[in-house]
Design a protein around this ligand. Sequence first.
Ligand code: FAD
Length: 371
Amino acid sequence: MGQSDITLIGGGVVGLSVALGLLRAGQAVTVLDGADDDFRASQGNFGLVWLQGKGADFAPYARWTAQAVAAWPEFAASLRQTSGIDVALSQSGGYEFFTDVAELADFTADLARQEAHLGRKSYEVLTGDDLRREMSGIGQGVVGASFCALDGHLNPLRLLRALRRAVATLGGRIITDAKVTKATPASGGGFDLTLANGARRGAGKLVLCAGLGAAHLATSLGFNARIRPQRGELLITERLADRLPFLSSTIRQVDEGGVQIGGTHADAGLNDAETLTMMRGLARHAVTVFPALAGVRVVRSWGALRVMSPDGYPVYARSSLHPEAFLVTCHSGVTLAPLHASNLKDWIVNDATAPEKGAFDDNRFALSTAA
Ligand SMILES: Cc1cc2nc3c(=O)[nH]c(=O)nc-3n(C[C@H](O)[C@H](O)[C@H](O)COP(=O)(O)OP(=O)(O)OC[C@H]3O[C@@H](n4cnc5c(N)ncnc54)[C@H](O)[C@@H]3O)c2cc1C
């Protein structure tokens, strides 16, 4: 196997997944990861491995997500083998609960479009009464739900740890506190990198996977994608001995027993602080769906920033200015991890024969950037 010098900027779920794929393909990989006070979606996310509704208006994303969800069992097993860490993957199906009939109808229409892209049955819709017959404890305020048997969840912090350990086990170098402030093309090929502490490093190929920290470097390397933050807020309760009878996109019981409640979306710039208004809304939603949660204590709350491209879909782009520079960024980096660890390696390593990433290229933003 040819060894090449590939440097990834960013050691979150996305950077480490891509690094793992490259290492498995026999490449020499260095991951430069930033500072502890960086925004890190990988440390604040909800842990869903989720298909329901994804790509309703963008067929390639619907199919990409379905492929990722199907790849998770094997990926989790291989990750456990390499890292010794079990990410607590469970894919027993998930619900989207609704308290508003019109919102349920809108989402059902999304699901029908997604199903058409996937070319197979992917969901069912239940009325509130159906749900209450099937599952005890669902609140009277729930008017209905959709269910997708392929949805699941895992322990996201354990995923991050497993990826780190797997990368290190396979010989990847992870350098922490290595914030890259500047990347410029070197005269003999590759790139010169300047770090926040003043150190300089060379890099052959460069893969920019720095989440929100990629924005400034992406522009200087000639990428069109403008990455933006979107805040999500979450609550977690004390651990419960009993298991919740469902998994939903907003309420899930983590493997350690606490019930995590989330799903808010706010444009708040680079402010990841949680707010009392959202916390109150989350708690109210949880108790409406499952009234027994009213007696359970919330022990922690936090906010975290999603990494969003202009249209919300992943970006897999090679720079037209500097063809040895790649940008890999997405929301739903947990769900997509198995594909990032397998499907991107040939494209990054073997530019001559691997297909471009077509639909996910950042040239889809070129016009809007120029306008
Ligand atoms: C509230 C919330 C809920 C979510 N829920 C889900 C979910 O249920 N399922 C799902 O699939 N996804 C979910 N996501 C999305 C998922 O967490 C992200 O897609 C994923 O974590 C992005 O990973 P990343 O590696 O791109 O970014 P990050 O985790 O932000 O990592 C970026 C890394 O790059 C480093 N860095 C930044 N700048 C530099 C620099 N200049 N030089 C070197 N290093 C740098 C940082 O230190 C950091 O370690 C959620 C996100 C949020 C915020």
